[in-house]
Design a protein around this ligand. Structure first.
Ligand SMILES: O=C(O)CCC(=O)C(=O)O
Length: 350
């Protein structure tokens, strides 16, 4: 049975089990010879709903291509209802519009391990740059351990966010399992990760900045994510820029889709076959922007070096065998905008 049904069953009810399917053609989308849709020629669209039907093996091939060539794709028919997405976006927007002193109550300066933390915009004097993003980051897994730490204002917060987290995690498990299958991982290698997948969520708010300050303001600096995959729900305001073929490309979100990027852990697990995406967010003087990021990663004791079935004479191991805890502990010693998180775990330094 291809679907990680045991792992999905462990999620509480609330999210739709069978993703809604939409087969209407989307303007601006071309389909290649293998049936893979490409949005504006640079972002693949993966039909997550079709993983549950007879086209599963085609979708697995689409995923392999998307992760190898792009490190970034959109998912449609992901099973997260419009109502759940609208509720969580509305709640996040209300949160960021609270008075500064309310949000600052959730700040925990210097403590990156706090289960919930608000971070305001910052000025980096060394680089003479303002990073305009405000964020609220929180652990979500298991929900019952964390919900009581979440804000009670806006009053919709706990319910709307919990519903979104459950639905997003369901989509992430389905997608992660399919991505592992696309790599040719053995069932046992997949399961040692899938049974212990965890999630954290970040609400990101990018206020508008004065036109005169645009030259030294960014939304968020270039980085990759310390995740297996990262799933992004954003409003329709462009801002995310992805690094592809040596240039930064502005991504234009498509309604009702989520975007997904390959993270550092998947790059290590795939022995470098799937590339972790470098991305950043531009500042705007016209429109504020809101996004919700869900990071999917393994438990601390999980081994995330490439599994033996992906290593042979033609594909020698690029990374040592290491645990997620080792990666997690080492990443606080690097600057957050370094994209070198995996370097200490390489078999041979470049
Ligand atoms: O807001 C976005 O589009 C991206 C956010 C992001 O990259 C992050 O939270 O790490």
């Amino acid at each position: 049975m291809p679907v990680a049904s045991d792992h999905l069953a462990s999620l509480s009810a609330g999210a739709k089990k069978t993703p809604q399917t939409c087969t209407d053609p989307i303007p601006g989308v071309q389909t290649d010879l293998y049936g893979l849709e490409l949005w504006e020629n640079y972002v693949p669209i993966i039909d997550l709903g079709a993983l549950h039907g007879p086209r599963r093996s085609d979708i697995i091939k689409h995923l392999a291509h998307a992760c190898q060539q792009y490190g970034f794709f959109m998912v449609k028919n992901h099973g997260i209802s419009e109502k759940i997405m609208n509720n969580v976006m509305g709640t996040a927007r209300e949160f960021f519009h609270l008075p500064e002193e309310e949000k600052m109550k959730l700040q925990s300066p210097g403590d990156f391990t706090s289960p919930i933390r608000f971070a305001p915009s910052i000025k980096d004097d060394d680089q003479n740059i303002v990073v305009s993003r405000e964020s609220l980051k929180f652990l979500t897994d298991p929900l019952e351990n964390y919900v009581n730490l979440w804000p009670t204002y806006p009053s919709s917060f706990r319910e709307a966010v919990a519903e979104y987290c459950v639905a997003a995690k369901r989509a992430e498990i389905t997608l992660t399992e399919a991505i592992f299958e696309s790599l040719g991982m053995k069932r046992a290698s997949m399961d040692q990760i899938l049974v212990k997948l965890e999630q954290n969520v970040s609400f990101n708010y990018y206020p508008t900045c004065e036109k005169s300050n645009l030259g030294h303001t960014v939304g968020l600096r270039g980085h990759s994510d310390p995740s297996i995959i990262t799933m992004l729900l954003s409003d329709e305001v462009p801002g995310l820029e992805i690094f592809q073929n040596g240039e930064w490309i502005l991504f234009k979100p498509l309604t009702n889709t989520l975007s997904v990027n390959v993270g550092d852990i998947l790059q290590a697990l795939s022995n470098g076959g799937y590339k972790s995406l470098l991305h950043r967010v531009a500042a705007s003087s016209d429109t504020e922007r809101l996004s919700i990021v869900s990071n999917c990663y393994p438990s601390k004791d999980t081994q995330i070096g490439p599994p033996e079935e992906l290593i042979d004479d033609d594909h020698p191991a690029m990374y040592k065998d290491f645990s997620y805890k080792e990666l997690y502990d080492s990443m606080w010693t690097l600057r957050p905008h370094d994209s070198t998180r995996l370097d200490p775990f390489k078999v041979c330094a470049d």
